[in-house]
Design a protein around this ligand. Structure first.
Ligand code: ADP
Ligand code: MG
Length: 516
């Protein structure tokens, strides 16, 4: 019989609110493998890994590590047993250096780490040992996401992680950075580490993993050797059925320019130039994609458009009117839809019901409100229809949005923002962390809006998404547009990656064509 490094047997987890996130799940690891854990959003993957990492106690079931039953009462406990986890949202102190973050909270051993030099020396040593390159003395907030991720991985390794859990590590990376991460993971594997890799991207899973465990609806679906299954079969196991995720893209019918960005620059209060002379135009009936690694000015661009920051230099016109002269309410009234990246913070009110969230941008509209009174019947009917057409998995219109899985939460936001025939839609990472089924529904809706004449600005770090949907694509790098493609023919992820990493740049003349 094969000896597993780790076995999780019949794990069930019922949260205090009654949600059964894991039902009799089985999961095992062989030493030195890369094991992909896959499944739709809300399938229970993070819960299972939180149980393994000691963050949540299981309601029932057993964990056997190196042949011994174990029970972790905290992450500290799990770390002491050689388990490390890198969460999707990094937990680094932004103002610390890489070295300070790596040693943070570690027990100083006999004079070790009492000095900054020791911390730097130690960081250089492990960075070399694991072939994860970071500048030990660099301040974390100045570093690109890919490097922050390396710091997180080093942090776990420094604490003796033999089993390393990575929750959607590639969601934030450019293709070349993903390649680098995969090289690093293979290197760690060679050194005897065991890796759990959570991802939604099937080609990646196929490429990097040795085995795959699939979960669906809180349950274990199957475990197999990666080499024995095709991408279609993996997808079918995840969905529980075969699914066609292709999108019908008709020839675009360009309308008027609805979003015009003119000579836009932005310098923050620390005098850092975050945007440098941005010019582009988005026409109705078109999807204008902006590709780029996170942190290259995309967020600031959208914040200027949506009045979260003040325009000081240059301008943005919506339907010919400067946003400087408009309030966010006025912008909303101009048939403007906005799907924000950070749905937890800006997109939804977690304590409110699905129905309330679906209309929260239009409480005062005539449709739902008469003489100051809300028409609940109408609101509920509206919400019910949307739950159906967006296939939102929930217990009903009254459920708190905060209880939904990430993908379903995102569908609520998209349903709200796309339901009033917007003329302009800004979609910021609309499917980040969203499963295949939900992403497909969101993509179809965006394409529908484009076909109805809406001007769609799509900001995405997911290049397969950007290529699939966009009619034209601009690439942002360090606050500038460095490339503009007026069609996506012959364009691929690797090629876009060169511009995203600043390795190549288009001519001024070519970039000016983005003005529309
Ligand atoms: N702390 C929590 N309290 C209550 N329910 C939760 C909690 N965390 C997750 N859930 C629910 O458990 C289910 C599984 O979630 P999760 O493990 O995060 O799935 P995945 O990582 O596969 O997307 C979802 O329905 C989610 O809403
Ligand atoms: Mg998760």
């Amino acid at each position: 019989m094969e000896q597993y490094l780790l076995e999780m047997n019949n794990i069930s987890k019922i949260y205090s609110n009654g949600i059964a996130a894991n039902k009799n799940v089985n999961f095992n690891l062989k030493k030195g493998e890369i094991h992909a854990l896959v499944g739709e959003n809300g399938a229970g993957k993070s819960t299972l890994m939180k149980i393994l990492f000691g963050m949540e106690p299981p309601s029932s079931g057993e964990i056997i590590l190196r042949g011994e039953p174990v029970r972790f009462s905290s992450s500290k406990d799990a770390i002491a047993h050689g388990i490390g986890m890198v969460h999707q949202h990094f937990m680094l102190v932004e103002s610390f250096t890489a070295a300070q973050n790596i040693i943070l909270g570690m027990e100083p051993k006999k004079g070790l780490f009492v000095s900054e030099e020791e911390a730097v020396r130690f960081t250089k040593e492990i960075s070399k040992k694991y072939n994860l390159e970071v500048d030990a003395e660099a301040v974390t907030q100045t570093l690109p996401v890919g490097v922050k991720q390396k710091i997180e991985i080093l942090k776990a390794l420094a604490r003796g992680a033999e089993i390393l859990i990575l929750d959607e590590p590639t969601a934030v990376l450019a293709p070349q950075e993903t390649d680098q991460l995969f090289d690093e993971l293979i290197n760690l594997k060679k050194q005897g580490h065991t890796i759990v890799f959570i991802s939604h991207k099937i080609p990646e899973i196929k490429r990097i993993s040795d085995r795959i465990t699939v979960m669906r609806a809180s349950q274990f679906v199957g475990c197999c050797e990666t080499k024995d299954v095709t991408e279609q079969e993996i997808s079918a196991m995840i969905m529980g059925c075969e699914m066609d995720t292709s999108i019908q893209k008709t020839v675009p019918k360009p309308g008027d320019v609805k979003i015009q960005v003119k000579n836009l620059s932005y310098t923050d209060k620390n005098q850092v130039k975050l945007l440098n002379n941005i010019n582009f135009g988005v026409r109705g009936g078109m999807i204008f994609g902006i590709a780029g690694v996170q942190g290259n000015g995309q967020v600031e661009l959208v914040e200027l458009m949506t009045k979260k920051r003040m325009i000081k230099d240059g301008d943005i016109l919506l339907n010919g009117t400067s946003v400087k002269d408009l309030s966010i309410e006025q912008i909303r009234r101009m048939q403007f839809g906005y799907v924000p990246e950070d749905r937890m913070e800006q997109g939804i009110a977690g304590q409110e019901s699905i129905a309330e969230n679906m209309v929260s941008n239009r409480y005062s509209s005539k449709e739902f409100c008469r003489g100051g009174l809300l028409n609940y019947k109408k609101i509920l009917k509206f919400a019910e229809e949307r739950i159906k057409s967006y296939e939102i998995r929930c217990s009903g219109t009254g459920q708190n949005v905060g209880m939904l899985s990430g993908g379903n939460m995102q569908k609520v936001v998209v349903a709200r923002e796309c339901s009033h025939n917007p003329e302009v839609l800004i979609a910021e990472q609309p499917t980040r962390g969203v499963d295949i089924g939900a992403a497909h529904i969101i993509h179809k809706k965006m394409m529908e809006l484009r076909d109805q004449g809406c001007a769609v600005l799509l900001i995405s770090a997911d290049l397969s998404e950007a290529l699939k949907l966009s009619d034209v694509i601009a690439v942002m790098y360090e606050g500038e547009i460095v490339a503009y493609f007026d069609n996506t023919e012959g364009l691929n992820e690797e090629k876009l990656g060169l511009y995203m990493l600043g390795l190549e740049k288009h001519s001024e003349e070519q970039i000016r064509r983005a003005e529309g």
